[in-house]
Write a protein that binds this ligand. Sequence first.
Ligand code: PLP
Length: 477
Amino acid sequence: MTNLPNLENYWLPFTANRQFKSMPRLFKAAKGNYYTTIDDRRMLDGTAGLWCVAAGHGREEIASAVAHQLRTLDYAPAFQNSHPLAFEAAERLADFLPRGLDRIFFTGSGSESADTALKIALAYHRVTGDPLRNKLIGRERGYHGVNFGGLAVGGIAGNRKAFGNGLTGVDHIRHPLDIGRNAFTRGIPQDGGIELANEFEQRITTLHDPSTIAALIVEPMQGSAGVVLPPAGYLKRLREICDKYGILLIFDEVITGFGRLGTRFAVDYFGVVPDIITCAKGLTNGAVPMGAVAVKREIYDAFMTRSPANAIELPHGYTYTAHPIGCAAAIATLDIFEKEKLVERAGDLSDHFERAAHTLKGIPFVKDVRNIGMVAGIELESFPGKPGARAFATYLKCYEMGVLVRYTGEIIAISPPLTIEKQEIDRIFSCIAEALTALAAEGEQGLEPTRYLKNEQQWAAHQQEIRHQQAVLEPTA
Ligand SMILES: Cc1ncc(COP(=O)(O)O)c(C=O)c1O
């Protein structure tokens, strides 16, 4: 058992801090498909960390590549200088990406990738002599990270409401989730895709002049807002409309990239090719913060041929763009993907995963199961007056039973490492079934988070100790 750290100073992201600090859930180690918690429990990782640890935890290949790089070249200035590994990582990633999207801008995260892609789209129209194309279109329930650009085109009210007015010149299209029509569909829903995509055209022609639209950004599969799948034909039709009006299409593949759908990227799954792809997460197997934006060669060439000689073609970048450690981790990750045929593995496991996910039909409170590749979303009926409480209690119960799942709103999202075994997949879904069955028996009481406190006495004693230390350090009188 590792001692609990002082919990006072760290402000956790996207977390109810006060609640968390009263019942902290800390991991101290990870290997393969399992975490070890601070109180020495083994936890099957049903979420690949945060959708990022595709190749499983604790990969020696990545650790030694990173350690070697740290000792060789810890940092090189990203502007006006660079280092060989940046070019090698870009070349390797370009080889892994869909053909034609082979000019790579590195970032530090998915949020930075989203904002970089939006800025490239705006600047592209300017450099090609079409500066009035300056509006951006996103989608309801879209998640493109938390920076101002991504937030503006994102479509989750809870993420936006606290932060002012955001960007102007942004609009959104409808999300494609239709449980009434498509509940418990296995894989992609077949109905409604074309009519939904046509609304995009109707909206931009009615509300905007399409010649003022710079780009449409969508996640091919909306992950963060609860596994929302595009119906058949939908993405292809969006592509056609973008082509018709000269609008750039951006696919945010931060979740769908790197094998998650059983193909390298969602582009390969759907056969629809955007102008720009953003990625992050799986790029370094979650081991080092890094993202990337891949653009079609024509886009890059437009900047190179139309900008004045010796000018900086894109005044944009980060101190940590193409960080040597990130590049080392990305190359090592791509090596693992190649050597272990992880994408093919994910594709092969997808049928088993789908069958296991759909065993939840008929389990208490389950009102929809959605799946694609190695992702499943389980939508629950809310307890009256307590939205989200049931999914949160399910997450806590699964945690107690040694399985890490993710919840968002009233949806449980499952996206294990692609190294997972079939019996581990079965365990994840049987654990969710068990948790929901127990919750059905417990009624409203089962939704009370404090029921799931572990080691209460130890934590209470620790917090008392911290308060004591603070009182000694900061006497009030
Ligand atoms: C589709 C998508 N875009 C962007 C992001 C933001 O990535 P990050 O948290 O690395 O900034 C996420 C994160 O989950 C995502 O799912």
